[in-house]
Design a protein around this ligand. Sequence first.
Ligand code: CAA
Length: 379
Amino acid sequence: MDFNLTNDQLEIKDLAMKFAKNEMMPKASEFDEKATMPLDILRKAWELGLVNTCIPAEYGGNGFTAIDSMIITEALAYGCMGMNTSIMANDLALLPIVIGGNDEQKKRFLTPFTQDYKIAAFCLTEPGNGSDAGGIKTLIKEDGDDVVINGNKMWITNAGYADLFVLYGTTDPALKHKGITAVVIEKGTPGIEVGKKEDKMGHRCSDTRAVTFNNVRVPKKNILGGLNQGWKIAMKTLDHSRPMVASSAVGGAQCAFDHAVKYAKERVQFNVPIANHQAIQFMIADMAMKIEASRLLVHKAAWLLDNNLPNTQLASYSKAFAADSCMQIATDAVQIYGGYGYSKEYPVEKIMRDAKLIQLYEGTSQIQRLVIAKEIFTR
Ligand code: CAA
C-alpha cells in the first residue's frame, strides 16, 4: 500500500492549489456577495486544464485518473467551494456521456469541451422528486427519429450558462427506474426555458435554476445507452461524482481548519494564545482527524474507480462522512473565531454556509446512509 502521491500528482496539486490561493480565494467573498458566476476565473481554470477532468485522453481530455481529479477538486474547493461547484457540475454532466455514450456521441459532445471553455448541466432532480430519483416524471416520448421531452427540472447547477444539458426522463413513469432514459440536449434547442437564478444560502456564485422542457425535440442519436437504459448510467455517474463532492468537502474543511489554527495562535485570551487552551486543542485535534479520515475515504473510493472495482459503498461512505465532517469543522472554525467568526469580514462564515450544501446535493447524507445500508443488506 502506498499513500504517497506520484510526482505528476504533486505537480497537479501544486498547480491547482496555487490557482485556488491566487485566483479564487481573493475573489471568493466578492462573488459570494454579488452572487454571480465568475466566468473569467472559471475560464482560466479551464485554460490550466483543471476543468472537465473526467474526459478521457482519446477525446481530447488530460487523461486524469479518478484520484487525480479528486486532488484537483480538493484544491479548487480550498479556494472557493461555490466556484468549485460550477467546475464540478461540468464533470457531473459529462460523466454520463463518458459512462454511457457511444464513440460517436463522445466525439460529438465531449471533444468541444476540450477545445473551448463550455458549460454543462446535469438535469435529474425535479420539483417533486429529489431523493426519489427513480420517480422522476419528465416524459420522453418517441416520435419517428426523434424523442419529444416534456417536464420540469429543479436545482440545476450551471443552468443559466449551459451549452449542453444531460437530461433524465422517463418513457413511462409506471416503470419507475426501468423507464429512465438519459438524453443530451444542446443549447438553443427550441422549448428549453431557464428559470430565475435561485438566491441561495451558500455557493452563491454558482448558478442554480429551474429548467422547463416544453415539447423539446431531440434526435434519437442523442440518447445515451438506448431508451430505458438511463438509470444505471445515472447511478454509475453518482458513484464517480460523489467522491468528487466528498473531495470538495475535504478542501473546504481544510481551508476552515487552516484559518482556525492560524487564528488560535494569534488570538490572546486569559494572557495566552487561545491555542494554549485545551478546549481549543481538542476541537483542532478532532478537526484534523476528520479531515484525514475523509481524505482517505475519498482516495479509496477513487482508487476503486481507477481499478474498475465496485465503489458504490465507498462513494457513499466518503460523501456522507466528508460532508458531515465539513459541516462540523466549519461550525467549529466559527466557534474558535468566536464573535468574529460570525462576521462576513472573516472567511469561516462563508465556509460554514457553503458546507451545508455539501450535505444536501448529489444525495443527502441520509440518502448516502440508505445506499450504504442497501449495499450491506441486499447486494
Ligand atoms: N450502480 C448500478 N446499479 C445500481 C446502483 C449503482 N450504484 N445503485 C442502484 N442500482 C440498481 C439496483 O441494483 C436496482 O437494480 P434492479 O432493478 O436490477 O434490482 C436499481 O438500481 C434500483 O435500485 P434501488 O432499489 O436501490 O432504487 P431506489 O429507488 O430504492 O433508491 C436511490 C435509489 C439510491 C435512493 C437513488 O434514488 C438516489 O441515489 N437518490 C438520490 C438522488 C441524487 O443523488 N440526486 C442528486 C442529483 S444531482 C445534484 O445534486 C445536482 C447538482 O446540480 C448539484
